[in-house]
Write a protein that binds this ligand. Structure first.
Ligand code: CO8
Length: 258
């Protein structure tokens, strides 16, 4: 598929995906969401970390495309919401870590896109918000679900009821982002975070993501049992032997993803 709204740059097991709709501050229209869906389906098997960012200096993603939503009927609203929600769920469950490098406005669907990623880092110019109620809608790409989990119910309710955009320092304080950098350092920091992940055993990183995601909504005993099963599966990998042998022989581990 040819992409009109995505720029991709993949090398050394790291893919950087840049959302690019410059005329609308990278707003998510349905064609863009379909491209994103296609990109995720065809991600090279050798990719081990995905970084998502926005084109330009101003916006990560300024939301879903308001001009496309303006005249939707109720069933069309459901369909548009479902499209975004399914694509974002695909990001959340991708078997590799996904880093959101938030370089500017992350509003509405843009904030929800960042929430679907595993780790969020931001430039000090970034602004996060869920302004939907000011447009007569609610967050529709799973923001009411994920924001609450990430920043807690009180912070999520305040952001969603008021629609107030928060700056990067406040996002850091409430745990919406893990770190804040100067704009020109953001992508370098994202790549360095990816490089730190790449040093580790790929299957173990994948299992860890799967455990954290799957266990989050389970009762404690089921969650603990799930982890126990996955922990056991690690011992069936060559990389477990490589990692522990390297530690015990004081050498560097060479993981083969087996
Ligand atoms: N959709 C469409 N166009 C947009 C959007 C958007 N979300 N955001 C910006 N644009 C366009 C503007 O209309 C403008 O276009 P033009 O040049 O043709 O007038 C261009 O981008 C530049 O924007 P501004 O001139 O407004 O730039 P400013 O620097 O003055 O302001 C802001 C930047 C503050 C980011 C401002 O553009 C803004 O408030 N944008 C809208 C933010 C917003 O409300 N986002 C939430 C949208 S709703 C949503 O995401 C719901 C998700 C779930 C959907 C579920 C569907 C059922």
């Amino acid at each position: 598929m040819e992409y009109n709204f995505l720029k991709t740059n993949c090398s050394d097991a790291v893919c950087t995906l840049t959302i690019s709709a410059p005329k609308s501050l990278n707003a998510l229209n349905s064609n863009l969401l379909k491209e994103l869906d296609d990109f995720l389906d065809h991600l090279d098997a050798g990719t081990r970390v995905l970084i998502i960012t926005g084109d330009g200096e101003k916006a990560f993603v300024a939301g879903a495309d308001i001009s496309e939503m303006q005249n939707l009927t109720e069933p069309e609203g459901v369909a548009f919401g479902k499209l975004g929600a399914q694509v974002f769920r695909k990001i959340e469950t991708l078997p590799i870590p996904v880093i959101a490098a938030v370089n500017g406005f992350a509003l509405g669907g843009g904030c929800e896109l960042a929430l679907a990623c595993d780790i969020r880092i931001a430039s000090n110019r970034a602004k996060f918000g869920q302004p939907e109620v000011g447009l007569g809608i609610i967050p529709g790409f799973s923001g009411t679900y994920r924001l609450t989990k990430i920043v807690g119910m009180g912070n999520a309710k305040e952001m969603i009821y008021t629609g107030r955009a928060i700056k990067a320092d406040e996002a850091l304080r409430i745990g919406l982002v893990n770190a804040v950098y100067e704009p020109e350092q953001l992508m370098e920091e994202a790549r360095s975070l990816a490089a730190r992940i790449l040093k580790n055993a790929p299957i173990a990183v994948r299992y860890a993501k799967q455990c954290i995601n799957e266990e989050y909504d389970l009762p404690a005993d089921e969650a603990i049992a799930y982890e126990n099963t996955m922990f056991g599966k690690c011992f069936a990998t060559k990389d477990q032997k490589a990692g522990m042998t390297a530690f015990l022989t004081k050498s560097e581990a060479h993981f083969t993803n087996e």
